[in-house]
Design a protein. Structure first.
Length: 134
């Protein structure tokens, strides 16, 4: 059962709950929770463009999460031999998911959310004409 929970939290559980929570809470509820968490972290409340350092830190945390998501499954047999990882693997995977959510929605600012929105939105694409290299 713990392997099932680890897989759930590693592969998409938080994202599913985040979407469900956003649907159930509505825009005002999500904004209220986001502002409270921002106050706890000492960040500006509301929508704002993130400063360059804060945005780069958010990108670093996202890449850290991505690397952990790629490396941890391959290293799992080795990590389970270390007592700390064996006892806390579920909490470690939950922590990485929390880091991902914090980096996208709190540290990345409005531009991170807009960029992710553009990433999943289809736009008609025009190819530039090919240049003749002769």
């Amino acid at each position: 059962t713990s392997a099932l929970l680890i897989g759930f939290f590693l592969v998409g559980g938080p994202e599913v709950f985040m979407i469900l929570g956003g649907i159930l809470a509505g825009k005002e509820g999500v904004q209220l929770v986001t502002n409270k968490i921002k106050r706890m972290l000492g960040l500006s409340v509301g929508r704002y463009p993130a400063p360059r350092g804060q945005y780069n830190f958010a990108l670093f945390l996202i890449f850290l999460w991505l690397i952990a998501g790629v490396i941890f499954p391959y290293m799992l047999p080795y990590l389970q031999t270390i007592p700390f990882f064996e006892k806390n693997l579920l909490y470690i995977t939950i922590a990485f998911d929390v880091i991902l959510l914090l980096s996208i929605f709190l540290l990345g600012g409005n531009q991170m959310i807009v960029k992710l929105g553009k990433l999943i939105t289809w736009e008609e694409w025009q190819l530039s004409p090919e240049k003749d290299h002769n």
